[in-house]
Write a new protein. Structure first.
Length: 441
């Protein structure tokens, strides 16, 4: 079956993320006297670099930073950290008036905002699958102005608690916000009050501007008003959560962030693996998903793996289509995958061939498989450990490229891709090689 957009009325992918980075960071004391809290070092890079790195995995192309405290210093730090990101990301800084509050910062950035965008805090990170949230927001009706991500905590005393209407039963209406959980009755002590906290991640429609004021708080003013009017939905997410606003968690982030966010990678060839190889597929109208392909990518994303495409595209060298067509197809492919709750973190393609008919592309390249250049570039940019990663291909050239890059390789010969790959994700390379599953005919 030829695939068109899964949700033809609205794209699941979003271009823009907006990040609140203007807080004073007073609870960290002297640490934030000279540096804004989001650019304090965590491991080998600023906290904001980790956050932007994660957001770029889900297709965001632009970050708008809502700055206030030490905004000039922030701009200097951001210019440097942008060079270290694995994917290009346009960064815009909006300077809010001091004291505008979190909602006021968004109010003053109105002219910069896309029709729909992600908003998050610049001092907290939830390691979760944002594609599931993006897909749900794309499917919301026009009455919904926003979706909020929730994280359940056994002890929610430090955070505001969000109340919902039967969230676990799939009814995701937000009914209210409590700044701090009330002391519970029935023998529950103040030290163990559970609740769903606002994880500081929102998907918003630009129409929320009608609720904003020059000075206001998202948490105290705007979100409760949206909930009161029935315009806010929620989704609960699991995953590692950290807020560096207090000294003990800032100290914990130094080791936790690098350990958790250096992920294993699933490298996928494209034609013959993700899609049926109809020969030089250069447009979405000729793209036919392999059975189980979208489910495979969604499962890998949900399990915390990077998903990378590495594909020879000699159709460019042969004059069948150009590089712009390849990029359009991969952008479309990413949107299709996000719509089912997965993401393609990054793509490498090789347009060259030594026998190409287009002179500019008629040459050998160390990116063309069986050479390992595409895999090595992704390994370097994303700091991936090859020993924990997997390559799935349908040709001997895929196997050879993976071997040269130090990545375990498995040859897919047809059938349902999910049946072939999911056991490998559950048993990482060292264990999986002994019991390699066979693809069905």
């Amino acid at each position: 079956m030829k695939m068109s957009a899964l949700f033809p009325g609205r794209s699941a992918g979003l271009r823009q993320c907006v990040i609140l980075v203007g807080g004073l960071g007073t609870r960290l004391g002297a640490l934030t006297e000279l540096l804004p809290k989001p650019v304090l070092p965590c491991g080998d890079r600023p906290f904001l670099a980790w956050l932007l790195r994660e957001l770029s995995r889900f297709g965001f192309k632009e970050a708008v930073l809502l700055a206030g405290h030490l905004s000039d210093t922030l701009a200097e730090q951001v210019a440097e950290l942008a060079k270290t990101l694995p994917r290009p990301l346009r960064i815009v800084i909006s300077n809010e008036p001091l004291g505008a509050g979190t909602g006021g910062a968004l109010y003053h950035a109105h002219a910069l905002l896309d029709e729909r965008f992600l908003l998050c805090n610049g001092d907290s990170l939830l390691d979760t699958n944002l594609a599931a949230l993006l897909a749900a927001f794309a499917d919301d009706d026009d009455s919904v102005y926003g979706r909020i991500l929730l994280r359940h905590l056994d002890d929610a005393r430090r955070y505001g608690v969000v109340t919902t209407e039967n969230l676990t039963l799939g009814r995701d209406l937000v009914t209210g916000f409590l700044e701090r959980p009330p002391a519970a009755a029935n023998g529950i002590t103040p030290g163990d009050i559970p609740g769903d906290i606002n994880a500081g991640i929102y998907l918003l429609d630009r129409r929320i501007h009608s609720y904003l004021r020059p000075v206001c708080s998202l948490e105290r003013d705007i979100m409760p008003a949206l909930a009161r009017d029935g315009r806010l939905r929620a989704m609960r997410a699991d995953g590692f959560f950290i807020d560096i606003g207090v000294p003990e968690d800032f100290a914990r982030a130094q080791n936790e962030l690098p350990r958790r966010l250096h992920r294993p990678a699933l490298f996928l060839d494209r034609d013959g693996v993700i899609n049926v190889d109809h020969g030089y597929v250069g447009s979405s109208d000729r793209f036919e998903f392999m059975p189980g392909a979208r489910e495979t990518i969604a499962a890998a994303t949900q399990s915390g793996w990077h998903v990378f495409i590495v594909t020879n595209q000699s159709g460019v060298a042969r004059g069948y289509y150009d590089e712009a067509a390849v990029r359009r197809l991969h952008a479309w492919l990413t949107e299709q995958v996000i719509a089912v709750g997965g993401t393609i973190d990054d793509v490498r393609y090789c347009p060259y061939h030594p026998e190409g008919s287009v002179a500019a592309y008629r040459r050998s390249s160390d990116w063309r498989k069986p050479a390992p250049g595409m895999l090595l570039d992704l390994i370097r940019r994303w700091q991936v450990d090859p020993a924990t990663s997997i390559m799935i291909g349908d040709q001997e050239s895929d196997m050879a490229a993976a071997a040269a890059a130090g990545v375990a390789a498995f040859r897919f010969t047809g059938g349902n891709l999910a049946e072939f790959v999911l056991p490998l994700l559950q048993n990482p390379p060292a264990a999986a090689t002994a019991t390699l599953p066979q693809a069905s005919a």
